[in-house]
Design a protein around this ligand. Structure first.
Ligand code: CA
Length: 355
């Protein structure tokens, strides 16, 4: 019997210590939902990590307005896939505006360009030859999840507009999602829980609070990667230089886009947001989590877009659902993995040569 269990564990891709063995486990199929912008934006570094990780299979990339317009997200991600030699991964354009949130003077003065109608700037190396798919992001997300019930993981690292629309478009959608990893929110109950766009609101949730609430209440099993855990990271010039010490198309892109920023400000440190959410799917042991009830405020007052997490239900939070909330990070193991993967030979090339 022991031998049988051992065999089954090995066949399932586990070593005897329970550590997932990347080479033998089936890759996790994901949909990568992103308000993408080229580096130094965090989405692009998170995508590099996903593309370079054999544990992950990206079924498609869906874009959403957030850091910048959906047109820029789409244009930049198409180009990024060409640079990474992964132009075969389909890209679907998503929501160009939040569900309810409208452009305001505050939004214009503050970080972000989600409301922009400007044409996207030329990405490094020029606009991609690769084209966006005709199908909408929501249609792709719903179709893909329903085709593989309880198999697909959603990685949502922008405002949750596309995900909320998918939940509303198809009543059986939510129950068929395997899990959803979200970069979003800030939890005041836990250390480092201040906001980053208003005093208490995190940017992704603030851009589309209504979508965040629909998503958090949907019943999908959620792993939340809020600012609390982002703030355990500190990308310095030293780590950046290690990252780009090996010449590849990805490190070349990082050199061109981030190098001048570090040259101008050698003491600058960058938080890593979406990268941690992505890494936690590849190796869950990188983060510490706590089960909390989390909901999002949608009142158009001082707390618009604020996420609130609690250990028990409190008055007004009767519809809040429990989820895993990340609050701590093994920074050294995380950044060492990140650097190693980004500077490794392109996955596209190693997969080709393995054939
Ligand atoms: Ca993002």
């Amino acid at each position: 019997m022991k031998n049988l269990i051992f065999f089954l564990l090995c066949a399932a891709g586990f070593s005897v210590t329970g550590v997932v063995v990347a080479q033998t486990a089936d890759p996790v199929p994901i949909i990568f939902d992103t308000d993408f912008v080229m580096p130094p934006a965090d989405d692009s570094l998170a995508l590099m990590l996903a593309l370079q990780s054999p544990e992950i299979e990206i079924l498609g990339i869906t874009t959403v307005a957030g850091n910048d317009s959906v047109e820029r997200a789409t244009s930049d991600v198409l180009r990024m896939l060409e640079i990474a030699g992964q132009a075969g991964i389909p890209v679907y354009r998503g929501a160009d505006m939040p569900l309810v949130h409208e452009k305001s003077d505050f939004a214009v003065r503050s970080y972000g360009n989600w409301y922009s109608n400007e044409p996207p700037p030329t990405p490094p190396g020029g606009f991609a030859k690769k084209q966006v798919e005709d199908e909408s992001a929501v249609s792709f997300i719903v179709r893909t999840v329903l085709a593989q019930p309880h198999k697909v993981t959603l990685v949502a690292i922008g405002p949750l507009t596309n995900i909320a629309q998918a939940i509303r478009a198809e009543p059986t959608f939510a129950e068929n999602v395997d899990r959803l990893i979200i970069m979003g929110g800030a939890i005041a109950l836990l250390p480092d829980g201040a906001g980053n766009i208003t005093p208490n609101a995190e940017y992704n949730f603030w851009v589309d609070p209504e979508a965040a609430r629909v998503t958090l209440r949907s019943g999908i099993p959620i792993e939340l990667s809020p600012l609390n855990v982002s703030r355990k990271s500190a990308l310095t010039k030293v780590w950046f230089e290690k990252m780009v010490a090996v010449e590849t198309p990805l490190t070349q892109l990082l050199k061109v886009t981030m190098g001048p920023r570090f040259a101008a400000e050698p003491d600058k440190t960058w938080f890593m947001y979406d990268q941690i959410a992505m890494a936690s799917l590849i190796d869950p042991s990188l983060v510490s989590t706590e089960r909390l009830y989390v909901d999002v405020n949608i009142d158009h007052g001082i707390s618009y877009g604020v996420s609130v997490g609690g250990r028990k239900i409190w008055p007004g939070a009767e519809l809040a659902q429990q989820m895993n909330v990340q609050y701590d990070l093994d920074w050294t193991r995380f950044i060492e993995m990140f650097v190693a993967r980004v500077q490794a030979p392109l996955q596209s090339e190693s997969r080709r040569s393995a054939r």
